[in-house]
Design a binder for this molecule. Structure first.
Ligand SMILES: [Fe+2]
Length: 749
């Protein structure tokens, strides 16, 4: 059955009294749908699972709404508003440096200021056969074109210049490969003499990397034929500049003599941590970037001398535009909720139904601001949900075709996503031009951020833990990663115990600092997942719902950041693995990522440390020889999918206890590549003792403690025999002790 209703919300975490808006799009056959608000209690609908359960959110109205289709306009581009400096243009010079990444695919627009209906304005195109093309309005609904006739080579820098001189009627265009290769045939130029009029002026905005014929509901040009690749320093002048004059405009300050001739000179090396486009011409016609093209990328003058864009912004004067980037769908809101006072904190969703169609738009209700309503808080890993948002590479090949190399089911959500590239990518995917996806956003439908999702991953796997808390009547609050990012340790200090979900992989610096300060201040942390605290991410205050990450230097990477592009544009921080940024997960929680495999899960066996009296509370009711978690809903065991191990070298505290370890993982479990070196050539699987999850416990200063399971599969075992099992027992033993005010002995006397 195809999915026909999807939506998203403007907020991810709301407190009672706060407003959240919902945006919905329906296929034409859905004329009406019902919207209700539910608390999510359980979400795994596979045959052996606990099933789906929800309950109505008390006091929230149920609505009936008309279905409508809302469009998505993907494509990252730049927009500079129309300005009087463009009025009355008769002659023209254009200069821009470009690095096409997909020039062979189709015609793409590098620069445009056109009114296609009137046949007015000018544009620069990159054409697969004709190379760079200058297009000038003919004043009669058409455009006259002049092309170099030489296709550009992908991933090479070209200086592109074009002029039109009203007096002589001469039009020129040139493209010059900036690298000096022998036998280059991609440099070229063309000139012609105009026959008839040109109309260069129109009141359309100047677009960088896109063309447009229509405007969106908000009045913004809808991008089409978006250029994939990098663009540096576009300059528009109102007279024909000669070669020598043009040369002086490429870098650095603008020569005073040319200033009167300039319309705009856009310097992308300025304000890299924003969406701003800065015009350094005297006219100051500043613009903005739309849909998060990539900033802090190497420009044509990058040499390798500097790796940090903040140290040499002039080396990072380019912006990487992309046809399939998306920040905000900008749909009209269909309904909203003001969270009723007294609503319990938890996982919630707007549940949309129409006939056999259904969609859930999840959100989280936090406790009233400044308060805790339970001694336990569960952190919804919304940063990791965003990193995995609309993960395509789990099911699509490089051509965007549905493609599995193992037995698997394709769910309606997968098919919906596959048919709609405009819904954007996850941070595991590549853009159409092969560039790794380093930004994500939650202001779009996220098809894998749903309870009941067939592949138990992130939210759908975390519902096992929610089910356990709900079924065992354990009181808990919920805060999200974004709450922790914004509020810091203050929002955690109100709790005796903080609990993670199954896969809290992506952490910003404020999030990391909050959690560390919490454990150091006597807090108790239960890390019930795997591959946690692995990648560093960044948020930007003026870009709500967006997140940045660079797969830099090392790690188990679905793509690899380009040289010199390890620093995040949002904050200027070094991106990549937390281990490489000063805070390995072992230092925070005692264990860290060592291996992953996606077939079968295994079990833990107790180590001698588990008989240490300090850990007696963990194993109450668990026999000394008992295998722990040789059952579970993900791969059949509690130790599986992604595994974290104890490691002093990476920062596991010296007094930490390695309570239990998993063993006998299948050969599909490969050791992470960051540990590979001359001395250690991992083999993975059955024969590699380093492929294991370690259950770790240690006390922290001021009476706090940390307990870590180091496995994504752990929570999938909680439900076994209706919660009567040793994974559930250990989790409960630890929780009960962690909720007890009695301080842990930190050895401080
Ligand atoms: Fe992961």
């Amino acid at each position: 059955m195809d999915k026909k209703i999807v939506g998203y919300a403007d907020e991810i975490s709301v407190a009672p009294g706060e407003r959240i808006r919902f945006m919905v799009s329906c296929e034409p056959e859905i004329s009406r749908y019902r919207a209700e608000f539910v608390r999510l209690l359980s979400g795994d609908t596979q045959p052996d699972g606990p099933g789906y359960r929800d309950e109505p959110l008390p006091g929230a109205a149920i609505g009936e709404h008309a279905g409508r289709r809302q469009a998505v306009h993907a494509g990252a581009f730049g927009i500079v508003p129309h300005h009087r400096v463009f009025e009355g243009l008769e002659s023209l010079s254009l200069q821009v440096t470009v690095y096409p990444t997909l020039p062979e695919a189709r015609r793409a627009c590098v620069l445009s200021k056109t009114d296609p209906a009137a046949g007015a304005g000018f544009a620069l195109w990159c054409d697969p056969r004709e190379g760079m093309v200058l297009a000038l309005g003919d004043g009669d609904g058409g455009m006259r074109e002049l092309a170099t006739g030489r296709p550009l080579i992908a991933k090479e820098w070209y200086l592109v210049q074009a002029t039109c001189d009203a007096e002589s009627g001469e039009v020129r265009i040139s493209q010059r490969l900036l690298e000096s290769y022998a036998r280059d045939t991609s440099t070229g130029s063309a000139r012609t003499r105009l026959e008839g009029e040109v109309a260069l002026s129109c009141d359309a905005p100047l677009l960088v990397a896109a063309h447009s014929r229509e405007r969106s509901r908000r009045g913004r040009p809808i991008p089409e034929l978006v250029f994939n690749g990098r663009v540096e320093r576009p300059v528009v002048a109102s007279r024909r500049l000669d070669e020598a004059e043009l040369e002086t405009l490429r870098y650095g300050p603008l020569p005073a003599a040319l200033r009167p001739a300039l319309c705009v000179a856009l310097d992308f090396s300025r304000e890299i941590d924003s969406d701003d486009i800065v015009d350094i011409s005297p006219n100051r016609v500043h613009g903005e970037l739309v849909n998060l093209p990539i900033r802090a990328v190497r420009g044509s003058s990058w040499t390798g001398e500097e790796m940090n864009f903040r140290h040499a912004p002039e080396h990072y004067a380019a912006v990487h535009f992309l046809e399939d980037a998306l920040y905000d769908c900008e749909w009209e809101s269909d309904f909203e909720l003001v969270v009723p006072e007294g609503t319990r904190s938890g996982f919630y969703a707007a549940k949309l139904t129409s006939g056999d169609q259904e969609d859930h738009i999840p959100f989280f209700v936090r406790p009233p601001r400044g308060r805790a309503s339970a001694p336990l808080v569960l952190i919804a890993p919304t940063a990791s949900y965003m990193a995995y948002a609309n993960w395509r590479s789990s099911m699509e090949n490089e051509h965007g075709e549905l493609d599995y190399n193992h037995l698997a089911e394709i769910f309606p959500e997968d098919r919906y996503l596959n048919l709609r590239p405009e819904l954007g990518n996850s941070m595991y995917d590549h853009h159409a031009d092969g560039t790794g996806v380093c930004y994500s956003s939650r202001l779009r439908p996220i098809l894998n951020f749903r309870p009941k999702h067939g592949s138990l991953w992130q939210l759908s796997a975390d519902m096992h833990l929610v089910d356990w808390l709900e079924s065992n009547d354990i009181a808990y609050d919920v805060l999200t990663d974004e709450d922790m990012h914004a509020d810091g340790v203050e929002c955690l200090r109100r709790y005796r115990c903080v609990m993670t979900c199954t896969h809290p992989e992506y952490y910003s610096t404020p999030m990391w600092n909050a959690l560390y300060a919490y454990t150091q201040g006597g807090g108790r942390l239960m890390y019930l997942g795997g591959n946690g605290f692995y990648w560093r991410v960044a948020f930007r205050d003026d870009k709500p719902g967006a997140m940045e990450m660079r797969r830099a230097e090392d790690g188990s990477r679905s793509w690899i950041a380009e040289p010199g592009e390890y620093y995040m544009a949002f904050t200027g921080e070094l991106g990549g693995m937390w281990w490489r940024c000063g805070g390995a997960p072992q230092y925070l929680v005692g264990n860290g990522f060592v291996a992953q495999g996606f077939d079968f899960s295994s079990y833990y066996r107790r180590n001698s440390d588990s008989f240490d009296p300090r850990a007696a509370f963990v194993f109450e009711g668990v026999g000394p020889e008992e295998l722990i978690g040789n059952f579970g809903l993900i791969g059949g065991g509690a130790a599986g999918i992604e595994l974290d191990a104890f490691n002093r070298h990476y920062g596991t505290p010296p007094h930490a206890l390695n309570l239990a370890s998993s063993e006998k993982h299948t050969d599909s479990y490969l050791h992470v590549n960051e540990d590979v070196g001359h001395m250690y050539l991992p083999i993975g699987g059955l024969d590699d003792p380093a492929v294991r999850a370690d259950m770790v416990f240690f006390e922290t200063p001021n009476g706090g403690a940390v307990f870590s399971t180091g496995s994504i599969g752990w929570c999938s075992a909680l439900f076994h025999r209706r919660y009567d099992n040793n994974v559930s027992r250990i989790t409960r033993n630890v929780l009960d002790r962690f909720l007890d005010a009695a301080p842990f002995d930190d050895g401080g006397g």
